[in-house]
Write a protein that binds this ligand. Structure first.
Ligand code: ZN
Length: 43
C-alpha cells in the first residue's frame, strides 16, 4: 500500500524550534529550524 505524500507529511511530528523547543506551525517557512521569537532574537 502506497501512502500519498499528503498522508506522509500529515503523519510527521510537529516541527520544533532548535533553540527553545517551541512547536513551529509556519508551514510556509518549513525550512527554518527556529520559532518566530528566536528568529527575531538572532539577526
Ligand atoms: Zn524558539
Amino acid at each position: 500500500m502506497v501512502q500519498s505524500s499528503t498522508e506522509f507529511f500529515k503523519n510527521l511530528p510537529p516541527k520544533t524550534c532548535c533553540d527553545c523547543g517551541a512547536v513551529i506551525d509556519e508551514m510556509a517557512e518549513s525550512y527554518l529550524n527556529q520559532c518566530d521569537h528566536c528568529l527575531r532574537d538572532v539577526e
